[in-house]
Design a protein around this ligand. Structure first.
Ligand code: DGL
Length: 356
Protein backbone atom coordinates (compact mmCIF):
# COMPACT_ATOMS: atom_id res chain seq x y z
CA UNK A 1 0.00 0.00 0.00
CA UNK A 2 2.80 2.44 1.01
CA UNK A 3 4.52 1.83 -2.35
CA UNK A 4 1.35 2.65 -4.29
CA UNK A 5 0.85 5.89 -2.36
CA UNK A 6 4.49 6.98 -2.84
CA UNK A 7 4.28 6.19 -6.59
CA UNK A 8 1.04 8.19 -6.86
CA UNK A 9 2.67 11.13 -5.04
CA UNK A 10 5.67 10.97 -7.42
CA UNK A 11 3.34 11.01 -10.45
CA UNK A 12 1.48 14.02 -9.02
CA UNK A 13 4.79 15.81 -8.34
CA UNK A 14 6.12 15.19 -11.85
CA UNK A 15 2.85 16.35 -13.38
CA UNK A 16 3.32 19.83 -11.88
CA UNK A 17 4.96 22.31 -14.39
CA UNK A 18 7.64 23.60 -11.98
CA UNK A 19 8.74 20.07 -11.07
CA UNK A 20 9.10 19.18 -14.73
CA UNK A 21 11.40 22.17 -15.22
CA UNK A 22 13.36 21.18 -12.09
CA UNK A 23 13.44 17.61 -13.32
CA UNK A 24 14.38 18.76 -16.78
CA UNK A 25 17.07 20.95 -15.23
CA UNK A 26 18.33 17.92 -13.41
CA UNK A 27 18.51 16.15 -16.76
CA UNK A 28 20.34 18.96 -18.53
CA UNK A 29 22.67 19.36 -15.54
CA UNK A 30 23.56 15.67 -15.76
CA UNK A 31 25.34 16.03 -19.10
CA UNK A 32 28.06 13.42 -19.55
CA UNK A 33 31.48 14.49 -18.27
CA UNK A 34 34.20 14.28 -20.94
CA UNK A 35 37.87 15.09 -20.43
CA UNK A 36 39.92 16.02 -23.50
CA UNK A 37 43.62 15.19 -23.19
CA UNK A 38 45.49 17.23 -25.82
CA UNK A 39 48.86 16.10 -27.20
CA UNK A 40 49.27 18.36 -30.29
CA UNK A 41 49.23 17.51 -33.98
CA UNK A 42 47.62 19.14 -36.98
CA UNK A 43 44.33 19.60 -35.12
CA UNK A 44 46.34 22.20 -33.16
CA UNK A 45 48.21 23.30 -36.27
CA UNK A 46 48.59 26.77 -37.70
CA UNK A 47 49.34 27.79 -41.29
CA UNK A 48 50.36 31.19 -42.69
CA UNK A 49 47.11 31.31 -44.67
CA UNK A 50 43.78 29.45 -44.88
CA UNK A 51 44.79 27.87 -48.16
CA UNK A 52 48.46 27.09 -47.61
CA UNK A 53 49.16 23.32 -47.36
CA UNK A 54 52.24 23.55 -45.14
CA UNK A 55 51.70 24.40 -41.47
CA UNK A 56 53.13 24.05 -37.97
CA UNK A 57 51.49 21.28 -35.88
CA UNK A 58 51.06 21.68 -32.11
CA UNK A 59 50.46 25.44 -31.92
CA UNK A 60 46.90 26.03 -30.60
CA UNK A 61 46.00 25.16 -26.99
CA UNK A 62 43.17 22.77 -26.18
CA UNK A 63 41.05 25.67 -24.88
CA UNK A 64 41.49 27.46 -28.22
CA UNK A 65 40.56 24.26 -30.07
CA UNK A 66 37.44 23.66 -27.96
CA UNK A 67 36.39 27.30 -28.43
CA UNK A 68 36.60 26.81 -32.21
CA UNK A 69 33.90 24.08 -32.22
CA UNK A 70 30.33 25.47 -32.15
CA UNK A 71 27.83 23.57 -29.94
CA UNK A 72 30.43 21.15 -28.58
CA UNK A 73 29.65 22.29 -25.02
CA UNK A 74 26.04 21.12 -25.53
CA UNK A 75 27.27 17.53 -25.83
CA UNK A 76 29.03 17.25 -22.49
CA UNK A 77 30.57 19.01 -19.53
CA UNK A 78 34.06 19.40 -21.01
CA UNK A 79 37.43 19.78 -19.35
CA UNK A 80 40.58 20.18 -21.45
CA UNK A 81 44.03 19.12 -20.19
CA UNK A 82 47.16 19.97 -22.18
CA UNK A 83 49.40 16.87 -21.84
CA UNK A 84 51.82 18.02 -24.59
CA UNK A 85 51.74 20.03 -27.82
CA UNK A 86 53.90 18.10 -30.28
CA UNK A 87 53.87 16.73 -33.78
CA UNK A 88 53.13 13.06 -33.20
CA UNK A 89 56.25 11.84 -35.04
CA UNK A 90 57.89 13.17 -31.84
CA UNK A 91 55.65 11.08 -29.57
CA UNK A 92 57.54 9.82 -26.52
CA UNK A 93 57.16 6.85 -24.20
CA UNK A 94 56.78 9.23 -21.24
CA UNK A 95 53.73 10.82 -22.93
CA UNK A 96 52.16 7.41 -23.50
CA UNK A 97 52.69 6.59 -19.82
CA UNK A 98 51.31 9.99 -18.76
CA UNK A 99 48.22 9.49 -20.94
CA UNK A 100 47.70 6.04 -19.41
CA UNK A 101 48.14 7.38 -15.86
CA UNK A 102 45.73 10.30 -16.47
CA UNK A 103 43.03 8.05 -17.94
CA UNK A 104 43.41 5.41 -15.22
CA UNK A 105 43.14 8.12 -12.53
CA UNK A 106 40.08 9.73 -14.15
CA UNK A 107 38.22 6.44 -14.58
CA UNK A 108 39.32 4.80 -11.29
CA UNK A 109 38.01 7.84 -9.37
CA UNK A 110 34.86 8.25 -11.51
CA UNK A 111 35.96 11.78 -12.45
CA UNK A 112 34.53 11.54 -15.98
CA UNK A 113 32.36 9.40 -18.25
CA UNK A 114 34.64 9.38 -21.27
CA UNK A 115 38.02 10.57 -22.50
CA UNK A 116 38.95 12.15 -25.85
CA UNK A 117 42.58 12.46 -26.91
CA UNK A 118 43.56 14.98 -29.60
CA UNK A 119 46.65 13.68 -31.35
CA UNK A 120 48.79 14.01 -34.47
CA UNK A 121 47.72 11.53 -37.12
CA UNK A 122 51.19 10.15 -37.92
CA UNK A 123 51.36 7.91 -34.82
CA UNK A 124 47.74 8.12 -33.64
CA UNK A 125 47.15 4.43 -34.45
CA UNK A 126 50.06 3.46 -32.19
CA UNK A 127 48.96 5.49 -29.16
CA UNK A 128 45.40 4.21 -29.68
CA UNK A 129 46.56 0.57 -29.78
CA UNK A 130 48.85 0.99 -26.76
CA UNK A 131 45.91 2.38 -24.73
CA UNK A 132 43.60 -0.31 -26.15
CA UNK A 133 45.89 -2.91 -24.52
CA UNK A 134 46.55 -1.11 -21.23
CA UNK A 135 43.54 1.02 -20.13
CA UNK A 136 41.73 -1.60 -18.04
CA UNK A 137 38.35 0.14 -17.89
CA UNK A 138 35.12 -0.06 -19.92
CA UNK A 139 34.45 3.69 -20.29
CA UNK A 140 35.14 5.07 -23.80
CA UNK A 141 38.49 6.45 -24.90
CA UNK A 142 38.37 8.12 -28.32
CA UNK A 143 41.31 9.56 -30.28
CA UNK A 144 40.95 12.11 -33.04
CA UNK A 145 43.03 14.57 -35.02
CA UNK A 146 43.05 16.43 -38.29
CA UNK A 147 44.63 16.36 -41.72
CA UNK A 148 44.22 20.12 -42.26
CA UNK A 149 45.56 22.72 -39.87
CA UNK A 150 43.12 24.39 -37.47
CA UNK A 151 43.59 27.65 -39.43
CA UNK A 152 42.84 26.07 -42.82
CA UNK A 153 39.85 26.63 -45.07
CA UNK A 154 37.49 23.65 -44.39
CA UNK A 155 39.60 22.49 -41.46
CA UNK A 156 38.52 18.94 -40.55
CA UNK A 157 39.61 19.13 -36.91
CA UNK A 158 36.54 20.89 -35.45
CA UNK A 159 34.06 18.31 -36.75
CA UNK A 160 36.38 15.44 -35.87
CA UNK A 161 36.56 16.78 -32.30
CA UNK A 162 32.78 17.28 -32.17
CA UNK A 163 32.30 13.66 -33.29
CA UNK A 164 34.89 12.38 -30.85
CA UNK A 165 33.19 14.12 -27.90
CA UNK A 166 29.77 12.91 -29.08
CA UNK A 167 31.09 9.34 -29.26
CA UNK A 168 32.85 9.50 -25.89
CA UNK A 169 29.67 10.97 -24.31
CA UNK A 170 27.42 8.18 -25.48
CA UNK A 171 26.90 5.22 -23.09
CA UNK A 172 26.60 2.92 -26.13
CA UNK A 173 30.35 3.49 -26.68
CA UNK A 174 31.33 1.68 -23.48
CA UNK A 175 33.29 -1.58 -23.56
CA UNK A 176 34.13 -1.37 -27.29
CA UNK A 177 37.85 -0.80 -26.85
CA UNK A 178 39.74 2.36 -27.68
CA UNK A 179 38.38 4.00 -30.83
CA UNK A 180 39.59 6.49 -33.43
CA UNK A 181 37.17 8.94 -35.03
CA UNK A 182 38.28 10.61 -38.28
CA UNK A 183 36.24 11.90 -41.22
CA UNK A 184 32.93 10.61 -39.70
CA UNK A 185 34.29 7.03 -39.49
CA UNK A 186 34.57 5.15 -36.18
CA UNK A 187 37.57 2.80 -36.19
CA UNK A 188 38.75 0.22 -33.70
CA UNK A 189 42.21 0.91 -32.31
CA UNK A 190 42.79 -2.77 -32.99
CA UNK A 191 42.97 -2.43 -36.78
CA UNK A 192 42.95 1.26 -37.77
CA UNK A 193 45.97 2.56 -39.68
CA UNK A 194 46.89 5.70 -41.63
CA UNK A 195 46.65 4.89 -45.34
CA UNK A 196 47.00 8.34 -46.97
CA UNK A 197 49.76 10.84 -46.26
CA UNK A 198 47.79 14.07 -46.85
CA UNK A 199 44.11 13.44 -47.71
CA UNK A 200 41.40 14.23 -45.09
CA UNK A 201 40.16 10.65 -45.66
CA UNK A 202 43.48 9.36 -44.35
CA UNK A 203 42.49 6.40 -42.14
CA UNK A 204 41.15 2.95 -42.87
CA UNK A 205 41.19 -0.58 -41.46
CA UNK A 206 42.45 -2.73 -44.36
CA UNK A 207 40.58 -6.04 -44.49
CA UNK A 208 38.26 -5.07 -41.61
CA UNK A 209 36.64 -1.70 -42.34
CA UNK A 210 35.27 0.89 -39.96
CA UNK A 211 33.40 -0.13 -36.79
CA UNK A 212 30.70 2.38 -37.74
CA UNK A 213 29.94 6.02 -38.51
CA UNK A 214 29.06 9.22 -36.70
CA UNK A 215 25.81 10.77 -37.98
CA UNK A 216 24.12 13.82 -36.39
CA UNK A 217 26.27 13.48 -33.27
CA UNK A 218 25.33 9.84 -32.72
CA UNK A 219 27.31 6.64 -33.37
CA UNK A 220 26.00 3.96 -35.71
CA UNK A 221 27.98 0.79 -34.97
CA UNK A 222 28.16 -2.00 -37.55
CA UNK A 223 30.66 -4.36 -35.96
CA UNK A 224 32.39 -5.29 -32.70
CA UNK A 225 36.12 -5.56 -31.98
CA UNK A 226 36.68 -9.29 -31.38
CA UNK A 227 40.27 -9.14 -30.07
CA UNK A 228 40.82 -8.86 -26.29
CA UNK A 229 41.08 -5.23 -25.16
CA UNK A 230 40.85 -2.71 -22.30
CA UNK A 231 39.08 -4.13 -19.24
CA UNK A 232 39.78 -7.73 -20.34
CA UNK A 233 43.49 -7.10 -21.00
CA UNK A 234 46.12 -8.74 -18.78
CA UNK A 235 48.68 -5.98 -19.36
CA UNK A 236 49.12 -4.04 -16.12
CA UNK A 237 51.55 -1.14 -16.61
CA UNK A 238 50.83 0.52 -13.28
CA UNK A 239 54.23 1.65 -12.00
CA UNK A 240 56.02 0.74 -15.25
CA UNK A 241 58.72 3.36 -15.91
CA UNK A 242 59.82 2.10 -19.34
CA UNK A 243 58.81 -0.55 -21.85
CA UNK A 244 61.13 -3.24 -23.31
CA UNK A 245 62.99 -1.71 -26.29
CA UNK A 246 61.47 -3.22 -29.44
CA UNK A 247 62.46 -2.23 -32.99
CA UNK A 248 61.17 -2.92 -36.52
CA UNK A 249 63.24 -4.20 -39.46
CA UNK A 250 61.89 -3.64 -42.96
CA UNK A 251 62.51 -6.39 -45.53
CA UNK A 252 62.89 -5.73 -49.31
CA UNK A 253 64.64 -7.12 -52.40
CA UNK A 254 68.25 -8.19 -51.53
CA UNK A 255 67.96 -6.54 -48.10
CA UNK A 256 71.16 -6.82 -46.06
CA UNK A 257 71.30 -7.91 -42.40
CA UNK A 258 73.17 -4.79 -41.29
CA UNK A 259 70.18 -3.20 -39.57
CA UNK A 260 68.90 -6.32 -37.81
CA UNK A 261 72.38 -7.30 -36.61
CA UNK A 262 72.96 -3.82 -35.24
CA UNK A 263 69.66 -4.04 -33.36
CA UNK A 264 70.56 -7.49 -32.03
CA UNK A 265 73.87 -6.03 -30.76
CA UNK A 266 72.05 -3.11 -29.10
CA UNK A 267 69.96 -3.44 -25.92
CA UNK A 268 66.79 -4.29 -27.86
CA UNK A 269 64.65 -6.95 -26.24
CA UNK A 270 62.40 -7.47 -29.27
CA UNK A 271 62.38 -7.16 -33.06
CA UNK A 272 59.45 -7.16 -35.47
CA UNK A 273 60.19 -8.12 -39.06
CA UNK A 274 58.13 -6.16 -41.61
CA UNK A 275 58.53 -9.00 -44.07
CA UNK A 276 57.76 -9.10 -47.79
CA UNK A 277 54.60 -10.95 -48.79
CA UNK A 278 53.38 -13.37 -46.14
CA UNK A 279 56.05 -12.27 -43.65
CA UNK A 280 58.97 -13.53 -45.77
CA UNK A 281 62.63 -12.42 -45.89
CA UNK A 282 65.89 -13.54 -47.52
CA UNK A 283 68.56 -15.88 -46.19
CA UNK A 284 70.67 -12.97 -44.88
CA UNK A 285 67.82 -11.89 -42.63
CA UNK A 286 66.96 -15.49 -41.79
CA UNK A 287 70.50 -16.10 -40.48
CA UNK A 288 70.32 -12.91 -38.40
CA UNK A 289 66.95 -13.96 -36.95
CA UNK A 290 68.48 -17.25 -35.82
CA UNK A 291 71.35 -15.29 -34.26
CA UNK A 292 68.93 -12.98 -32.47
CA UNK A 293 66.79 -15.81 -31.13
CA UNK A 294 69.92 -17.62 -29.89
CA UNK A 295 70.86 -14.42 -27.97
CA UNK A 296 67.43 -14.20 -26.32
CA UNK A 297 65.96 -11.45 -28.51
CA UNK A 298 62.21 -12.02 -29.07
CA UNK A 299 61.41 -11.85 -32.80
CA UNK A 300 57.96 -11.68 -34.43
CA UNK A 301 57.18 -11.99 -38.12
CA UNK A 302 54.80 -9.37 -39.53
CA UNK A 303 54.41 -8.06 -43.07
CA UNK A 304 54.83 -4.79 -44.97
CA UNK A 305 51.73 -5.81 -46.98
CA UNK A 306 48.59 -3.85 -45.99
CA UNK A 307 46.08 -6.73 -45.77
CA UNK A 308 46.03 -10.42 -44.88
CA UNK A 309 48.45 -10.51 -41.95
CA UNK A 310 50.87 -13.38 -41.27
CA UNK A 311 49.85 -16.80 -39.96
CA UNK A 312 51.78 -19.97 -39.17
CA UNK A 313 51.29 -21.61 -42.59
CA UNK A 314 54.56 -20.11 -43.80
CA UNK A 315 56.82 -21.17 -46.65
CA UNK A 316 59.46 -23.76 -45.77
CA UNK A 317 61.11 -21.84 -42.95
CA UNK A 318 62.25 -23.74 -39.88
CA UNK A 319 62.47 -20.60 -37.79
CA UNK A 320 60.35 -20.67 -34.68
CA UNK A 321 59.71 -16.91 -34.58
CA UNK A 322 56.06 -16.23 -33.65
CA UNK A 323 53.81 -14.56 -36.24
CA UNK A 324 51.81 -11.34 -35.83
CA UNK A 325 48.49 -12.54 -37.37
CA UNK A 326 46.50 -9.37 -38.19
CA UNK A 327 48.90 -6.92 -36.54
CA UNK A 328 50.83 -4.68 -38.91
CA UNK A 329 54.49 -4.04 -37.94
CA UNK A 330 53.84 -0.90 -35.88
CA UNK A 331 51.01 -2.61 -33.95
CA UNK A 332 53.00 -5.85 -33.58
CA UNK A 333 55.84 -3.82 -32.03
CA UNK A 334 53.47 -2.46 -29.34
CA UNK A 335 52.00 -5.87 -28.56
CA UNK A 336 55.49 -7.43 -28.40
CA UNK A 337 56.68 -4.65 -26.05
CA UNK A 338 53.79 -5.38 -23.69
CA UNK A 339 54.11 -9.17 -24.08
CA UNK A 340 57.76 -8.85 -23.02
CA UNK A 341 56.65 -7.24 -19.75
CA UNK A 342 55.15 -10.67 -18.96
CA UNK A 343 57.14 -13.35 -20.82
CA UNK A 344 60.04 -14.16 -23.19
CA UNK A 345 58.65 -17.58 -24.05
CA UNK A 346 58.01 -17.96 -27.82
CA UNK A 347 54.92 -20.13 -27.38
CA UNK A 348 53.37 -17.70 -24.88
CA UNK A 349 54.19 -14.73 -27.14
CA UNK A 350 52.48 -16.56 -30.01
CA UNK A 351 49.40 -17.18 -27.83
CA UNK A 352 49.28 -13.49 -26.93
CA UNK A 353 49.39 -12.53 -30.63
CA UNK A 354 46.50 -14.90 -31.30
CA UNK A 355 44.39 -13.28 -28.56
CA UNK A 356 45.08 -9.50 -28.80
N1 DGL B 1 53.30 15.73 -38.13
C1 DGL B 1 52.01 15.12 -38.12
C2 DGL B 1 51.59 14.68 -36.74
O1 DGL B 1 51.65 15.50 -35.83
C3 DGL B 1 50.96 16.00 -38.64
C4 DGL B 1 49.87 15.18 -39.16
C5 DGL B 1 48.60 15.39 -38.41
O2 DGL B 1 48.55 15.58 -37.18
O3 DGL B 1 47.60 15.27 -39.09
O4 DGL B 1 51.18 13.52 -36.61
Amino acid sequence: MKKIISRLLLLVFLSLPFSRSIYADQLTQSKPRVVILATGGTIAGSAASATQASYRPGVLSISQIIASVPDIEKLADLKGIQISNIASQDMEERIWLELWKSIDHLFSNDLCDGVVITHGTDTMEETAYFLNLTVRHTKPVVLTGAMRAATSLSADGPFNLYNAVALASNPISANRGVMVVMNDYIFSANDVTKTHTVNSDAFSAPGFGAMGYMRDGAPQFYRENSNTHTSSSVFDINGVKSLPVTEIVYAYAFSSAVAINAIIDSNAKGIVIAGVGHGNYNKEISKAIERGLSRGVAIVRSSRVAEGGVDLAAENYDIKAPVSFNKNPQKARILLMLALTRTKDCAEIQRIFAEY
